[in-house]
Write a protein that binds this ligand. Structure first.
Ligand code: ADP
Ligand code: MG
Length: 359
């Protein structure tokens, strides 16, 4: 039996774009492919080019260089309405004078589908997003979350091969955002269509996606699974942007069979490298272990003083001054704070959970 070929619903091949009058390209040689039925996210800070990718795929912008391929065909010259994609925006973009049902039926009406078929499909789409009881309302009679669900129903009613979502949850409050993440994942599984989801929120990207591409100023910084991106960021940009990390200078000094890493002059047990030299190490907050300094300091730990403590609910972030360095670590939150400002502490690292970047 031959291995089935992974089918791609979309691929970008060396796509570059500079807006008129801009100094820097918005997209710089971007290449990636989205698999059929995949939840694919584009994660990056504001201005990194996320919306430009979406608008280029939808056909509202044109690349200066490179190809957009959908269903095996280059679609660079194909107008938006002839592409097999739909887009959900943060701003919902519902027609204010049409009811929810009429809004959802609209794309089908444009395609000339019969009334009975239209209303059947619309109801089914509204049921999928749990909005079937709001059919006859006008958009202004809905909450923000309900409007977003109606917009979602409208975008899936024609069952496109690919659904583009541009920060669709950004206007919702935290609880609704979390609820909608579950809805979106369930919906995507149910429909089996590929989602390309744009967000600046690493939590959203990590929690929902099969794969994530991280963008840095129009360039791909990393393309991988959420776990890989979180646990094995391939560069400093990704480690700073995804998760919460300390980035500290480390000096590797020659030792037996390699080099041992020193932070602030203290050798860190288990921190080994093939060669000597300076580097930087990303240490996640949860990989920084802080303990009280009662009596003697353990070998291989850094001595420090607590500068501030932030109570976050499930845990506390403790900021410790160690010589010239500040290190932040998380500790479980308990009713009475274990760490107080000014308290001397010792700090060690879970070396397994760190990344070293060389110059
Ligand atoms: P993101 O969605 O990640 O915030 P965008 O794709 O909107 O980023 O923007 C990428 C870059 O392109 C930014 O520097 C932005 O200022 C610029 N840009 C976006 N749209 C336009 C436009 N219509 N004209 C000129 N520059 C633009
Ligand atoms: Mg944007």
């Amino acid at each position: 039996m031959g291995t089935p070929q992974t089918s791609h619903v979309l691929s970008l091949e060396g796509v570059s774009k500079t807006y008129d009058g801009a100094q820097k390209p918005a997209l710089d040689n971007v290449s990636f492919a989205v698999r059929a039925g995949e939840f694919f996210s584009i994660l990056g800070p504001s201005g990194s080019g996320k919306t430009t990718i979406l608008r280029t795929v939808a056909g509202f912008e044109h690349p200066d260089e490179g190809k957009i391929v959908m269903g095996g065909k280059t679609v660079n010259g194909v107008p938006p309405f002839k592409r097999d994609v739909r887009t959900v925006f943060q701003s919902y973009a519902l027609f204010p004078h049409l009811t929810v049902r009429e809004n959802v039926e609209y794309p089908l009406r444009m395609r000339g589908e019969a009334k009975a078929i239209r209303s059947g499909k619309a109801l089914e789409a509204l049921e999928l997003v749990e909005m079937s009881t709001f059919c006859e309302r006008l958009p202004h009679q809905l909450s923000g979350g309900q409007r977003q669900r109606a917009a979602l129903a409208r975008s899936i009613v024609s069952r496109p091969t690919l659904l583009l979502l541009d920060e669709p949850l950004a206007a919702l409050d935290l609880r609704l955002r979390q609820q909608m993440q579950h809805t979106l994942v369930a919906l995507q599984r149910e429909l089996g269509i590929a989602f390309m989801y744009v967000t600046h929120d690493q939590g959203e990207a990590l929690s929902m996606s099969d794969r994530v591409v991280v963008l840095d100023e129009g360039k791909i910084a990393q393309l991988s699974t959420p776990r890989e991106i979180y646990f094995a960021p391939s560069n400093e940009f990704v480690s700073r942007f995804v998760g919460r990390s300390n980035l500290v200078p480390v000096k590797f000094e020659t030792a037996e069979g390699g080099a041992i890493g020193k932070i602030e002059g203290t050798g860190v047990p288990g921190l080994l490298a093939p060669r000597a030299g300076p580097a930087r190490m990303a240490i996640r907050y949860e990989a920084v272990q802080i303990s009280t300094l009662d009596g003697s300091q353990h070998p291989g730990t850094l001595r420090g003083v607590v500068e501030d403590v932030l109570f976050m609910g499930t845990n506390c972030e403790v900021n410790v001054r160690c010589g010239a360095l500040n290190l932040i670590g998380t500790v479980p939150a308990v009713r009475e704070s274990t760490f107080l400002v000014g308290q001397p502490v010792q700090v060690s690292f879970d070396v397994q959970n760190t990344q070293v970047f060389y110059d």
